[in-house]
Design a protein around this ligand. Sequence first.
Ligand SMILES: [Zn+2]
Length: 57
Amino acid sequence: MNDILKCQKCHSYSLIKECKCGGVCVNPHPQKYSVEDKYAKYRRMCKYEGQMDNNNP
Ligand SMILES: [Zn+2]
């Protein structure tokens, strides 16, 4: 599922994390971030591995 992301630099909306302007797009409506903070490290690792799998032919 695609969340609407907002560029931190030019404040335009996008569906991808890298904006045309070179800025980073983030979710403008973060949910439960403080609760999940201690697991963020593991979630990033999982995401990274998932991307590696996707990039492998
Ligand atoms: Zn931008």
